[in-house]
Ligand binder design. Structure first.
Ligand code: CO
Length: 213
């Protein structure tokens, strides 16, 4: 049997298991979604949001790309963000990186990776901006881990710099943007304590909306 067939076997078994517990599960879920969180994560295969937070389907609206980057010209990411905030009215946007991220490591190292280096340039900017914090660390491992964290903090700021987030705050919508990092070694999430909850916490350089009052 092709390993590909395993997907359908597992899927049918999964769907049947759920229906055995709740006959109307899929019927109810098909009526609509009201997710609590918008998760911006890395495409890495080892950190599926629903699994690591032991959540039910329907709780997370999701955008994932290489190294969880939010770029102001990426209309894919901006479109998902706009749908999450403007249509679904999600109150918590969560940027989640992970230690040992291959994308972050590639951005840290000076090597030719082809096209992807243009994407990773965004993370090289973070490294360049905080250069002195890296120089005092003992080894490459700890420097890559720090870059994983600072990348998340930077992407939280990038979410806040969008017109989407700023317009939501300007019209009084509740919106918090958080930064987390996940450890592949122990399966735990860490809050990087960089949450932003309002326009007043956004650098005036990046403000496109004048705060009221
Ligand atoms: Co990664």
């Amino acid at each position: 049997m092709k390993s590909y067939d395993q997907i359908f076997l597992a899927n049918r078994a999964w769907a049947q298991t759920i229906k055995n517990v709740d006959e109307d599960y899929f019927k109810n879920l098909s009526l609509g979604q009201a997710p609590k969180y918008f998760w911006i994560g890395c495409a890495d295969s080892r950190m599926a949001e629903t699994v690591i937070t032991r959540s039910q389907l329907g709780q997370f609206f999701v955008h994932r790309n290489v190294a969880n980057v939010v770029v102001h010209t990426d209309f894919n990411c901006l479109t998902v963000l706009a749908y999450a905030i403007d249509v679904l009215k999600i109150e918590h946007v969560i940027v989640v990186g992970h230690y040992g991220c291959g994308g972050v490591r590639a951005a840290y190292e000076s090597a030719d990776n082809g096209l992807i280096d243009n994407w990773l340039r965004n993370i090289k900017d973070v490294l360049h901006m905080h250069r002195s914090r890296f120089d005092v660390l003992p080894d490459d491992e700890s420097r890559v881990d720090l870059l994983c964290e600072l990348n998340v903090v930077s992407q939280v700021a990038n979410v806040c710099h969008t017109t989407i987030a700023q317009n939501a705050w300007a019209r009084g919508q509740s919106l918090s943007v958080h930064g987390l990092v996940y450890s592949l070694h122990d399966g735990l999430l860490k809050d990087l304590q960089c949450s932003v909850t309002g326009l007043d916490q956004v650098s005036d350089v990046y403000r496109v909306i004048v705060p009221p009052g």
